[in-house]
Ligand binder design. Structure first.
Ligand code: MLT
Length: 240
């Protein structure tokens, strides 16, 4: 079977995503910082993460299971009453081991919800790059690397990471779409120093302004874990 690798450069305002085929393996990306934070939480022993569209929805999820923790951001900062913001450095083993978390972010969880019909849907970041690429290459199907972007627009930090995935996955696919080729070209130009390239992006500069510059270095570490979070039936858990 001929295999196509596609990249969604950003989720548009309407939240429309069209994977190349119904059984395509999909990777959701929001490098700064939702998918890096989710990867970190699982690396540190979290049991499940339920992505919510709004803070209100996260609170409702938690109300059904009062032991759940609440995480996420609006405007990049902690939501009042939540246990954690969206800094991956907050999701330590002491804080999250064995815990279920209701989680909402401005763009990342919106992307996950838009893709929730896709199976398998992997949560990808530099932290688990090889592990996720190995699963996508091994799936034997078409694949879509889906970037969240910001507020319905392109963001370079996500596209750069999509390019890292395409560069790794290319040998397993027969056809790369134009967006996959464009992302790979970005990676070839800017991928030598992920932290410097990501810091220079709009989202990187915004996080530095908010005092979260250390998160960019944290999120830019490649292959620090082999955990592979997957979203299925509305909940993210580790794939077996
Ligand atoms: C998002 O979902 O838009 C981001 O993860 C926001 C952030 O950097 O906290």
């Amino acid at each position: 079977m001929s295999r196509t690798l596609d990249v969604l450069l950003y989720l548009d305002e309407g939240g429309q995503v069209r994977p190349p085929t119904a059984d395509a393996a999909v990777v959701a990306i929001d490098i700064l910082r939702a998918t890096s934070t989710i990867t970190t939480a699982f690396m540190n022993g979290a049991r499940s993460i339920s992505p919510a569209l709004t803070p209100g929805e996260a609170l409702e999820t938690r109300d059904l299971s009062p032991l759940m923790l609440l995480g996420g951001e609006r405007g990049g900062v902690l939501i009042p009453g939540f246990d954690f913001g969206n800094s991956p450095r907050e999701y330590t083993a002491e804080a999250v081991r064995g815990r279920d978390i209701a989680f909402t972010t401005t763009n990342g969880t919106r992307l996950m919800r838009a893709l929730s019909e896709s199976e398998p849907l992997y949560i990808g970041s530099y932290l688990n790059l090889s592990s996720v690429c190995e699963a996508v290459a091994g799936a034997g199907t078409d694949a879509l690397i889906a970037c969240a972007g910001t507020h319905g627009a392109f963001t370079l930090d996500d596209a750069l990471f999509a390019g890292a995935c395409v560069s790794r996955l290319r040998p397993a696919f027969d056809e790369l779409t134009d967006t996959a080729l464009a992302a790979m070209a970005l990676w070839e130009i800017m991928g030598d120093d992920v932290v410097a390239s990501t810091s220079a992006t709009w989202h990187g500069r915004k996080l530095i302004e908010l005092g979260f510059g250390a998160d960019i270095e944290f999120c830019g570490r490649i292959d620090v874990t082999d955990v592979r979070p997957v979203l299925s039936s509305g909940v993210i858990t580790l794939s077996r």
